[in-house]
Design a protein around this ligand. Structure first.
Ligand code: SF4
Ligand code: SF4
Length: 413
């Protein structure tokens, strides 16, 4: 059965990349490790200190950050989009091992021990950009289900499918570790119904009595927590409610695989799986790259990028312009102009309302009485994508919200 959810857009552009093997890029000139805004960061290195791959760099927001390359630590550097720790690579990949592979029986480990391990290993979740131990912290009311989100961040992407096909055992293993940690009774591998090879890979490794099952989802985007909860559990999240509030831990396929791989090897999460696609790049690819690899280095590896083509992070629907490097929330870079239609007046077709996952009538959110609706908008971009009149609904709703906040005299709604 294909699980459906209300709202979302079904882009015509489909991925050609789900069939392409993941390539490994190790030869980068430098890595830039983003320091989240307002995070307390305590650096453990001096400028110009030599580091190995795996050396401790800093404690950022309570999560250790390790060097993904060997080379020279340049210190904390401010760039246009925030602060980074920069390490210039010596291209030798000398490795330092801080932790030993996990030898304890994973079935004997509880929540606190697994949470401590994933924290020490610096495992982050690319869906939320948050450290996994913090996501686990949110499950205060208990956990009933663990969901590995194996969907893509945009229809053009293929990296999640490749992770599931090539690292199937790791994804399933990571979900099982998280099931033990949280005492949840069932794990779910959620992927688009059209990804036949993903289904085949999972089914090959899942027994009939496995606590982990597959969920085949309708191909619509974006797949945020709300859409997943609705499609899998028919649950309607309230405005400020999260999946964790309903006892569901949702992580990316990459994060689940990292839990298994990092605990088994004792190596922290030093690499990231991302895609780089679009007609603004000489060739697109699914890639394994060191954390913090620059957009420039990846583009060079792929044969170069057309100079003025904008690069978006994760999605053409609701993705933001990409920063300079792979961050904790990067799943893909897309070098491509967003689809633009000539703007014409609203024809009242209702397509925007049908696409809205939070059941707004976007065109109404722009009017005088639309402040409340504007506040409920989650900025997913589905309405704008489907609008035949080319109306920039998301930016107009954002402006409406800011105007309403001003009228109210202060805080953004
Ligand atoms: S109104 Fe907001 S929540 Fe609804 S589809 Fe548009 S961007 Fe998404
Ligand atoms: S999709 Fe565009 S044209 Fe159709 S009702 Fe919404 S704003 Fe108007």
């Amino acid at each position: 059965m294909i699980l459906k959810f209300p709202g979302g857009a079904a882009p015509e552009q489909k991925s050609q990349y789900a069939g392409k093997r993941i390539e490994e890029l190790t030869d980068c000139s430098a890595v830039c490790l983003k320091i989240p805004e307002n995070a307390e960061a305590r650096c453990g290195l001096r400028e110009n200190e030599t580091v190995d791959r795996g050396s401790f760099v800093a404690l950022v927001g309570g999560t250790p950050v390790y060097s993904p390359v060997s080379g020279l630590f340049q210190g904390r550097v401010s760039m246009n989009d925030g602060d980074y720790y920069v390490i210039v690579s010596d291209r030798r990949l000398r490795e330092q091992r801080i932790f030993e592979p996990e030898t304890r029986d994973l079935r004997s480990l509880g929540f606190a021990e697994i949470q401590k391990s994933v924290r020490e290993l610096g495992i982050t979740d690319s869906r939320s950009g948050l450290p996994l131990w913090k996501l686990m912290e949110r499950l205060r009311g208990g956990c009933r289900r663990v969901v590995a989100d194996c969907t893509e961040s945009d229809a053009v992407c293929g990296i999640s499918a490749r992770i599931c096909i090539e690292k199937c055992v790791s994804v399933i293993g990571g979900v099982k570790i998280l099931l033990r940690a949280t005492s949840a009774s069932r794990g779910v591998l959620a992927f688009e119904a059209g990804k036949t090879r993903v289904r085949e890979a999972f089914e090959k490794h899942l027994g009939a009595d496995s606590p982990v099952v597959c969920a085949r989802l309708q191909e619509k985007y974006p797949y945020n927590d709300r859409a997943l909860m609705n499609a899998i559990y028919l649950a309607e999240l309230g405005r400020n409610e999260t999946a964790a509030d309903r006892g569901v831990l949702i992580v990316s396929a990459e994060c689940a695989a990292a839990v298994y791989d990092c605990m088994a090897s004792g190596m922290p999460m030093l690499d990231r799986y991302i895609g780089f696609y679009g007609d603004g790049i000489a060739r697109g690819a699914n890639l394994k790259v060191p954390c913090g690899t620059t957009v420039h280095d990846i583009a060079e590896y792929l044969g170069g990028r057309a100079r003025k083509t904008p690069v978006f992070e994760n999605s053409l629907l609701n993705g933001a312009p990409a920063g300079g490097a792979v961050t904790a929330s990067t799943r893909a870079f897309i070098a491509q102009e967003k689809q633009k239609r000539r703007r014409t007046p609203c024809i009242g077709c209702g397509a925007c309302a049908a696409a809205c996952p939070v059941k707004l009538i976007p065109a109404e959110a722009l009017g005088g009485a639309g402040a409340e609706a504007a506040r409920a908008c989650i900025g997913c971009g589905a309405c704008e994508y489907v609008c035949p009149s080319g109306i920039p609904l998301v930016s107009m709703i954002n402006k409406r919200r800011a105007r309403a906040a001003e009228e109210k005299g202060g805080d953004e709604l």
